[in-house]
Design a protein around this ligand. Structure first.
Ligand SMILES: Nc1ncnc2c1ncn2[C@@H]1O[C@H](COP(=O)(O)OP(=O)(O)OP(=O)(O)O)[C@@H](O)[C@H]1O
Length: 255
């Protein structure tokens, strides 16, 4: 379980995120919404131990009881890719441009020693590429990232994220750069892949939250201003800002 309590982030005496608390249980899918600059990505970075230089954290962030804010980088690096994995908006930044896809998927299992040897890691990589519905996994495994479409690259990133069966998956706008039909396919794959794990899903798209998440957190100016079950919050928003977000989205029209 992910537990964040009283998390504040600051840079140069200036507060960016203020006293944020939430939990994501195993098997729970939680959305984090709010306008650009409200602190969503920084909150996720704090959890992953990937805060930008100069940004410091106070409070608590724990995964399965392990302290994520004070752990040494060596320990965090061991957790990232194994216990917690992430999918960001732009798959190209997550992939190594000069390494074949199959080797990249196999490497994440070899680094964390979740496969006994090179050959079984290679076989597991092909299975994963198949699981994220990439056609002809053997051909894809031999390809380099630039030889794939954006949607295919994001499938590869998802395969890498799921490779070590992490207990927490963090997605930050994972489908924003993709066209609508591909978006729907990737969301279905995330839903299938995250079964039983904790999911923190950052997006500005309320329709995506309605489709993917059970619970939603609404962030404004570095604070969580509203939270609850998606249906409750979307049908009966209590905070003005949530109401505004709902009016600005076309979700109303789809209800
Ligand atoms: N490296 C940094 N140094 C200083 N301030 C930063 C840094 N990164 C982000 N910020 C500031 O922190 C605030 C929150 O940024 P964050 O990226 O978390 O927003 P966000 O809600 O994820 O926005 P978006 O939806 O556009 O990704 C913003 O005001 C941003 O300018």
């Amino acid at each position: 379980m992910l537990r964040v309590e009283g998390l504040s982030l600051q840079t140069g005496g200036h507060g960016l995120v203020h006293d944020v608390s939430f939990t994501v249980d195993s098997g729970e899918r939680v959305g984090l919404i709010g306008e650009s600059g409200s602190g969503k990505s920084l909150t996720a970075s704090a959890v992953l131990g990937l805060l930008p230089y100069g940004v410091t954290a106070t409070g608590t962030a724990e995964l399965g009881g392990r302290d994520l804010l004070r752990a040494p980088e060596r320990e965090l690096a061991g957790l990232r890719g194994r216990e917690m994995a992430m999918v960001f908006q732009e798959p190209m930044t997550a992939l190594n441009p000069s390494m074949r896809i199959g080797n990249q998927v196999a490497e994440v299992m070899r680094v964390h020693r979740t496969q006994p040897d090179r050959r079984s890691a290679k076989r597991a990589a092909l299975d994963l590429l198949d699981q994220v519905r990439l056609p002809d996994p053997e051909r894809i495994a031999r390809a380099y990232p630039h030889q794939l479409s954006g949607g295919q690259r994001q499938r590869v990133v998802l395969a890498i994220a799921l490779a070590n069966n992490p207990s927490l998956l963090i997605c930050d706008e994972p489908t924003t750069a993709l066209d609508v039909t591909v978006q729907a396919q990737i969301l279905d794959l995330i839903l299938a892949g995250v079964d039983g794990k904790a999911l923190l899903f950052i997006t500005h798209d309320l329709a995506v939250v309605a489709r993917v998440c059970q619970r939603v957190l609404v962030m404004l100016d570095g604070r969580i201003v509203e939270e609850g079950p998606v249906r409750e919050v979307f049908l009966n928003p209590r905070h003005d800002y949530t109401r505004k977000l709902l009016t600005a989205s076309d979700l109303e029209a789809r209800r």
